[in-house]
Design a protein around this ligand. Structure first.
Ligand code: SF4
Length: 346
């Protein structure tokens, strides 16, 4: 459902740590009471920050593979692109759009380190350059994208424009997020590990238990009506993870599109999450078949314009490299590579 302007969240609670769940629960049965967790580290950072304590769980079943919302989306839109990214692990050079997404996400995370009254647009804009400088120091290839101070200045200005878009949608002075950049992981009974980073989790205490709102920022433009449900699939993926880890169906899923200053939202129920889990299970079965057969179909779409692998894609006259040897990874196992920067639309 497309919503007009944001109404902001007001209620909060103490932040949970980063959490990982383990299999043995299933939708359709009693919700899990929560994962077995071990405090792995205790950082000095405030509640919900990326440096908050990390909770680890030991999976009860052998891991057969991993899926994140982004890679699940890759396979659904183009199985060959999934192969290039996950199996071939072909490098993808940084792009201004993807790097801007990373910087804006960093700023929106750090914005909530400030006292509520200080979370203003000028304050957010002032966080852009430090976030960029840190990223550039970490990623020399990103720093090399800009040919001179003028190009960099214009790009930094476009990041500030996106933050302007954020403030048009929401008033952060009214919020106290329970968590930001929250890593959530759960291993299904099948051994498939689901994982992802939730941009922001808002939590309110209610008479019937905690009410969760999952928030994700996109720095691109909103999808057309025909693509809204696939955009929301990523949010249901997060909702499914949180259901398994927290035992609560999130009350609201909210996707902010800073590029055109609009947002989508949905209120899932347990049946939605059960359907999402079935879809992910079927998706993993399709990925496994493709791995066993070596057949990853190219599926051209408008997304090809942002694909780094056109030159090796048969749909554009290219030839994929030979499939890499999979034996080292074990049968059926596909570990996703670490993603250094956000997706172009992320
Ligand atoms: S160019 Fe298009 S069809 Fe080819 S791999 Fe990339 S997304 Fe798929």
């Amino acid at each position: 459902m497309r919503a007009p302007d944001g109404d902001g969240a007001r209620e909060l609670s103490a932040a949970p740590p980063k959490v990982c769940g383990m299999g043995s629960s299933s939708l359709g049965s009693v919700p899990p009471s929560g994962p077995t967790v071990v405090e792995a580290s205790a950082g000095p950072a405030g509640p919900g920050s990326a440096d908050a304590p990390v909770a680890l769980a030991v999976p009860a079943v052998p891991i057969i593979g991993s899926l994140s919302p982004s890679r699940a989306g890759d396979f659904m839109t183009c199985p060959l692109r999934y192969r290039f990214r996950v199996i071939d692990r072909l490098p993808e050079p940084p792009s201004p759009a993807a790097t801007r997404g990373t910087v804006v996400h960093t700023v929106l995370e750090r914005l909530f380190d400030l006292p509520p009254a200080e979370r203003t647009l000028p304050a957010a804009a002032a966080l852009v350059e430090p976030a960029w400088n840190e990223l550039a120091a970490r990623e020399p290839a990103a720093a090399a994208m800009f040919d001179g101070a003028e190009a960099l200045g214009s790009w930094l200005g476009s990041a500030r424009d996106l933050l302007d878009g954020y403030f048009a949608l929401e008033d952060p002075t009214r919020l106290r997020p329970a968590a930001r950049e929250l890593y959530v992981e759960h291993v299904l009974d099948s051994g498939l590990r689901l994982r992802g980073y939730v941009d922001r989790l808002d939590e309110a205490g209610t008479a019937t238990g905690p009410a969760l709102r999952v928030v994700d920022y996109k720095t691109g433009r909103s999808p057309g009506p025909a693509f809204e449900s696939s955009a929301m699939f990523q949010m249901k993926f997060y909702a499914l993870l949180l259901f398994h880890v927290r035992g609560v169906v999130p009350r609201e899923l909210r996707l902010y599109y800073l590029g055109d200053r609009t947002w989508l939202r949905a209120s899932p129920d347990q049946a939605d999450l059960a359907a999402t889990e079935r879809k992910l299970t079927a998706l993993w079965a399709a990925i496994t078949r493709a791995r066993e057969s070596g057949q990853f179909r190219a599926s051209p779409s408008r997304l090809c314009d942002w694909c780094d692998h056109k030159s090796r894609c048969p749909a554009f006259g290219g030839t994929p490299p030979p499939m890499p040897e999979l034996a080292a990874a074990g049968p059926g196992v596909a570990e996703e590579p670490t993603v250094a920067v956000c997706e172009a639309d992320g």
